[in-house]
Design a protein around this ligand. Structure first.
Ligand SMILES: C[S@@+](CC[C@H](N)C(=O)[O-])C[C@H]1O[C@@H](n2cnc3c(N)ncnc32)[C@H](O)[C@@H]1O
Length: 451
């Protein structure tokens, strides 16, 4: 049984916080004493939207139209992958897409409370296991680096940074620069690592934590790891399948593909068509006995979950995944969407100019852990954050805050993250641990996942 006392949150950075006390009792955090003294801060919305100039006359719609002309309709997977991460024109590759001036806002960007509570979750679960070291903090798709920066700040206050390193899996050079800005002592110290076969960049934070960047999760060196992923899996490309009826009696699965729209003179609009016969993906991913009539599959999620399972089983650790999604039991799933300027728009119009996303199938994540991991959840964001005592944290922030506008921002951020009509129920949390910990975790329940 752990019975630890720790002091958290000394005076801190731009968005807030200072000294609070965190008490652990028998592995549970006593949140009533946390955050006893805190400063508040405003949400850190971006005030500038930087769009780098992309060289070359070829736009992404033009490129995709020529691909379609050359080889016929393409999969939703190929369309989504090109639209998001094409090196020249992909949506994430050259733009800061977050905040009021961007296209969407995520919970870590809304308020520091989110990242802080994730950090407390990690610290609590890691300490329950006696703090195995070295600890690799791994984040998949870290966006602006805000959540990792919040995590490291709390770790610092808890005096837990010794032998901790930070590993970021990121596809976008623009996001890498933003993450360096959030995390490194000076973003100019971001080093390219052309000779390293694994990471492509590295740097050091003001507190001496080494940070490494990778294109792929499997490249992160092995060690006891805590893996976090917030709004990452929904950005991974999907295949879409639909069952169709032939001559009223026969049924068959077909892949939903994307074709140029011949009626669009601008050349920016695409349309769905069905594959005339089963594609390779249909043969790989569809079971004839599947009771659903339409569904989506993210093959990269499967690969990452396999890799996660092998890593956690061999070297120990845990994972916390938060995203919007479902449990795979719906008879028909059609969640491929686009967001631009905080509005939902047609995903088949002007690829590369908007965020594309598909709901995460949490049962698919769970079913691809090769029977090596145990999982808890999915539970709603509202449940997770309230069990992690976000209310206590908000109260402490408000008490310390002198600025009325900042107070309003804290309350509206809380409401946005917790309101069932906004993010509170749409977003879900799931965690994974090595199967060998099953009995242990029954005795020492996981924070946030048990009441
Ligand atoms: C929706 S953003 C979420 C950012 C951050 N986690 C947050 O909640 O604010 C998705 C992030 O994943 C990155 N990303 C998208 N596809 C990726 C891929 N295939 N491999 C690695 N990173 C990817 C994006 O560049 C971005 O940093």
């Amino acid at each position: 049984m752990l019975n630890l006392k720790m002091f958290v949150f000394g005076k801190s950075m731009s968005r807030s916080v200072s000294a609070s006390r965190l008490l652990y009792h028998s592995s549970h955090i006593n949140f009533s004493n946390i955050f006893s003294s805190t400063n508040c801060s405003m949400c850190h919305f971006s005030t500038s939207s930087q769009t780098d100039i992309i060289p070359g006359a070829m736009t992404l719609p033009r490129y995709l139209n020529s691909v379609v002309k050359f080889k016929g309709p393409i999969s939703v997977f190929e369309y989504m992958r090109e639209a998001l991460t094409n090196p020249l024109h992909g949506y994430y590759m050259h733009n800061d897409v977050f905040g009021q001036s961007g296209d969407f806002i995520t919970s870590p960007e809304i308020n520091q409370m989110f990242g802080e509570l994730i950090s407390i979750w990690i610290a609590n679960e890691w300490m329950k296991l006696n703090k195995p070291k070295p600890l690799h903090l791994i984040e998949l798709g870290p966006g602006r680096g805000t959540m990792m920066s919040d995590i490291l700040r709390v770790f610092k206050k808890l005096n837990l940074l010794d032998n901790v390193s930070c590993h970021l899996v990121e596809a976008s050079p623009k996001m890498t620069r933003l993450q360096a800005k959030s995390l490194l002592i000076d973003p100019k110290t971001l080093n390219d690592e052309p000779n390293d076969t694994q990471c492509y960049c590295s740097g050091v934070t003001g507190d001496g934590v080494h940070v490494y960047w990778y294109n792929h999760f499997k490249s992160v060196p092995p060690a006891f790891s805590v893996v976090v992923a917030h709004e990452f899996f929904d950005a991974l490309p999907i295949h879409k399948f639909r069952i169709i009826l032939f001559q009223k009696t026969d049924k068959g699965w077909r892949e939903v593909l994307i074709d140029s729209d011949p009626t669009d003179l601008e050349g920016k609009r695409f349309r769905y068509v069905l594959s005339p016969s089963p594609t390779v993906a249909t043969k790989l991913f569809v079971k004839e006995s599947d009771p659903r009539c339409e569904f989506e599959v993210s093959p990269e999620s499967r690969i990452i979950m396999n890799e996660l399972a092998i890593r956690l089983e061999q070297f120990g650790g845990m994972a916390l995944i938060a995203d919007y999604g479902h449990d795979g039991s719906l008879p028909s799933v059609d969640t491929f969407r686009a967001y631009k300027g905080h509005k939902q728009i047609d995903p088949l119009y002007d690829p590369g100019s908007a965020d594309l996303t598909a709901d995460v199938d949490f049962s698919y994540l769970k079913n691809n852990t090769l029977n090596k991991l145990i999982s808890l959840g999915p539970i709603t964001q509202k449940e997770f954050l309230s069990r992690m005592q976000i209310g206590v944290r908000m109260k402490a922030l408000l008490e310390k805050c002198k600025d009325e506008e900042a107070k309003k921002s804290i309350v509206s951020g809380y409401n946005m993250m917790m309101d069932p009509e906004q993010m509170g129920e749409r977003f879900k949390f799931m965690c994974f641990f090595p199967g060998v910990l099953k009995d242990y975790l029954e005795k020492m329940p996981v924070a946030g996942f048990s009441s």
